[in-house]
Design a protein around this ligand. Structure first.
Ligand code: SF4
Length: 266
């Protein structure tokens, strides 16, 4: 938190996570309804005009096919130009690149070397992949990342693994993939981050951590309160922090909520 960061959001996800904010076993259809309206009246021209959702995946527009037309297909050159425009000095100083999604480790793995090899990206020293931890790194990409990280002592790669618990609506056997996440630790630092709202979620997180540790996972574990809206967030934040302390885990705040509220681009 607090690190100046450029977020690169890729389109597509292998999950739909429509269980968030719903009673256990029920799934949200907010994104479907918005997609229906979108097709009916073609009212949304860009991301910022889309409604925010309170149930299901809050990044729905970055994977739901109904909103694909809002995600332009850009060349590496165009992405680099856009990044340079966003950096205050127009080159990398202390900024950090966060590659997120959707799920950024889908087929996009093949595209990152061209992007990262661009001469204007040479000053970049920190990359974080925000992943759901289900996608194996290809041999080529793993080798590429290892070379990138060893290119300089200052370079760091982090995998922020938000493994999905049953509250997400996804199946345990598809969402909890310890062997895959242990492989991330071979090329960078990885940590687990569980978004929790109830005691049952915390019990699920304990079970998942047991599975990751049994497979040899060494990284830190974070608990984060669910909720993009400040009122919800404030209600459960303390209990989540206490639950993390009790287990020797870390607590992750949602700094963007008090700073910017729940808005696109935060
Ligand atoms: S894995 Fe992440 S981006 Fe994909 S549907 Fe779930 S919450 Fe959304």
């Amino acid at each position: 938190m607090g690190v100046p960061s450029v977020f690169l959001r890729t389109f597509g996800c292998n999950f739909t996570c429509s269980g968030f904010g719903m009673p256990r076993g029920k799934l949200s259809d907010e994104a479907e309804e918005i997609g229906y309206t979108h097709k009916l009246i073609k009212s949304f021209q860009k991301y910022e005009e889309l409604p925010l959702v309170s149930t299901g995946c809050d990044s729905y527009a970055s994977w739901h096919p109904d909103f694909k037309e809002l995600s332009p297909m850009l060349t590496s050159e165009a992405i680099v130009d856009r990044i340079m425009e966003m950096l205050p000095q127009n080159y990398w100083v202390d900024e950090h690149l966060v590659i997120t999604g959707g799920e950024p480790l889908l087929g996009w793995q093949r595209a990152y070397p061209e992007l990262l090899n661009h001469p204007k990206m040479s000053g970049l020293t920190e990359i974080t992949f925000e992943t759901n931890g289900t996608q194996k790194l290809s041999t080529e990409f793993k080798e590429y990342l290892a070379d990138w990280a060893f290119g300089s002592d200052e370079r760091e790669i982090t995998f922020s693994v938000s493994a999905k618990l049953p509250a997400s609506g996804e199946k345990w056997e598809e969402a909890i993939c310890p062997k895959i996440v242990c492989e991330y630790e071979q090329v960078g630092t990885a940590y687990l981050k569980f978004v929790v709202a109830t005691e049952a979620d915390i019990a699920d997180a304990e079970c998942a951590v047991g599975a990751f540790r049994s497979a040899g996972f060494k990284g830190h574990v974070y608990l984060m309160p669910v909720g993009g809206v400040e009122s919800v967030y404030t209600l459960n934040a303390k209990n989540v922090a206490l639950a993390a302390m009790k287990r020797g885990w870390r607590y992750s705040d949602r700094l963007q909520v008090p700073l910017f509220k729940n808005e696109w681009g935060t």
